[in-house]
Design a binder for this molecule. Structure first.
Ligand code: DAU
Length: 353
């Protein structure tokens, strides 16, 4: 066993974000969890403490607002909170933002990760789990899938920054003997996702009856993983994985962006008594994303065989839950649809002006 996650003291970076907060909620909802969660988050544009409101008073939970680049603080937390493992979610993650300006991606994803690794060098009993992405492997055509041994061929500045951070994690493991694991996940979706990513963006636009901009012909393919499944997979890796190993996490539920958008429209129409054809007429094909990866797909036999991960959510079920969550949590959405968000959407999409 790598880490006994039921008793461990865990430093979660980026724990106020979409994927990190889901991981924390899963832990703190587990009545058998007697360890401690320290959530280190800088609360940049997509970090949101509303995602963890119910646990504010939980004695097993501590929130620290700061940047992962603050190495002194990280070292202090490792020491004072007797941390057993870091689960590193904090990252700049939106491909389109990285195309507009890559600097924050180099800062957070590359320098931020190495800063954490430097801190771990001083506390070498601490295990380091790095959350990464399938995008480091590049893009696929109509067939095939990546494995943990596939070459790194990142195409976007975002993917390049994650690839660089993966290399640092591996190198620190090899050079300094730090215990590390890396996971590469496919496209996560679910409640609490900032509405710049495709699924929550489409739902937000449907609520406004605004344009639904699909890049190119909408025929790019993604493999969608419900965020609860992702969190569960990461916990299993921490428990049952092997140090220095890499694990791919996916659900093998591929669909084109157009197919996915139509599915969201169907669910949204059913839940809001709206007219499907009217909503479909909002679909607008717009200029393609530069360097747009056509398809991602990963072979998941390693994570299934070694740690026993099997995704629980079928796409239709996870999507239905997600659409309902956004419909029921209008105050969460209202809080994030601020001026900064509108400025981003307008700068990004001619069709949404
Ligand atoms: O594959 C894992 C990756 O998935 C993560 O590592 C990234 O952090 C995450 O952003 C995501 O990358 P994608 O570029 O695949 O996700 P996004 O939601 O931005 O886009 C999904 C697909 O939808 C992609 O083919 C681009 C397309 N798209 C996206 C948006 C926001 C559109 O056609 N229109 C849009 O408005």
């Amino acid at each position: 066993m790598l880490i006994d996650t039921s008793r461990a003291n865990l430093l979660i970076t980026g724990g106020a974000g979409f994927m990190g907060s889901c991981f924390i909620r899963q832990l703190l909802k587990d009545p058998l969890f007697t360890g401690k969660v320290v959530n280190l988050d800088a609360l940049t544009y997509s970090g949101n403490l509303d995602n963890l409101k119910v646990f504010e008073e939980d004695p097993r939970y501590l929130f620290v607002k700061d940047n992962i680049l603050n190495q002194n603080l990280v070292e202090k937390l490792l020491f004072e909170e007797k941390i057993d493992a870091i689960v590193h979610f904090a990252a700049e993650t939106h491909v389109d933002r990285s195309i507009s300006d890559a600097s924050a991606f180099m800062q957070t994803n590359v320098l931020g990760t190495t800063s954490l690794l430097e801190a771990v060098r001083k506390y070498p009993h601490v295990h380091f789990h790095h959350i990464s992405t399938d995008e480091v492997y590049g893009a696929l055509g109509d067939t095939g899938s990546f494995s943990e041994d596939s070459s790194y061929l990142p195409n976007s500045p975002y993917a390049a920054s994650k690839a660089a951070s993966d290399h640092f994690v591996r190198a620190y493991g090899k050079t300094y003997g730090i215990s590390t694991t890396i996971s590469h996940a496919g496209n996560n979706y679910g409640p609490c996702q900032y509405p710049e990513k495709l699924i929550p963006f489409i739902v937000t636009q449907l609520l406004k009856k605004g344009a639904l901009p699909l890049y190119g012909k909408g025929d790019n393919v993604r493999d969608w993983l419900f965020v609860e499944d992702h969190a569960n997979a990461v916990r299993l890796i921490l428990e049952k994985g092997r140090s220095s190993e890499v694990y791919n996490i996916a659900s093998s539920q591929e669909i084109t962006n157009l197919g996915l958008t139509k599915l969201i429209i169907k669910l949204f129409a059913r839940k809001t008594n709206s007219d499907i054809e009217e909503l479909e007429s909002l679909i607008t094909f717009v200029e393609d994303r530069p360097g747009h990866d056509f398809r991602y797909s990963m072979n998941t036999s390693k994570i299934a065989n070694e740690v026993g991960f099997v995704p629980k959510y079928a796409l239709q079920e996870g999507l239905s839950e997600t659409v309902s969550w956004y419909l029921e949590n209008t105050s969460w959405l209202k809080n994030v649809l601020n001026e900064e968000y509108d400025t981003w959407v307008e700068s990004q999409y001619e069709a949404c002006k």
